[in-house]
Design a protein around this ligand. Sequence first.
Ligand code: DGL
Length: 256
Amino acid sequence: METGQSIGVFDSGLGGISVLREIVALLPQEDYIYYGDSGNAPYGVRPAAEIHALTMKGLEILISQGIKALVIACNTATSIAGEDIRRRYPRLPVIAIEPALKPAVLSCKNGTILVMATNATLKEDKFRCLMESYAGQAEIIKCPCPGLVEFIERGELDSPAVEEFLRNRFAEFSGKNITGIVLGCTHYPFVRSMIQKVTGSKVRIFDGGAGTARQLARRLKTASLLKSSEESGSIKWLNSSPNPEIINMSRHLFRA
Ligand code: DGL
């Protein structure tokens, strides 16, 4: 691995761009290759074996570009394939996002925390273990949101239909005093303002993007792989979707 190589960032689609934004804000001098598998999104409603196979196939494309580090900017892929990825690429620094339950529990002690994520993420043992490690410190409620990723893949972030989807989704928790929400899917930060509007300004919202960026910076520093801060960086966009607009949409979301 060499300092001048790019950093690969992977997601099932456009969601990982919310993580890429945080990474570029912290490490603007680096070169990035973003691969979104929008042609196969959403992953979260697929069986685990399919998610595993699609993730590995997408990663092969990034690895073939000769990257110096890999960011799994997809909670679903981390849950299903995180350990296998580390085993398959033992020399590559791999940084994998996870639902930001820790900061949520620390700031909402004794409160009620809703974890919004895909069905696949919430079903996996990895999440069960994470949830159990905070048992007794807060009430943690799983909130799978099938259907939400599709709005973001279409670039629809603040339409009345998104608002209606969220109001319907949160209706069952109206009797609960929700104090915090964890965005456990990298697509969801793009509808953060709408989630805040629907749940009210008192609810605190957490996502793992900034923490993932800090972890990447630490790993690159330890491995002496950071580019000098005087250099300028770049982003190369790759996507499996046949939609000719997908790269423009990616750039647009990056600036959103
Ligand atoms: N962005 C992904 C995540 O963080 C998954 C969305 C999907 O493809 O279902 O979980």
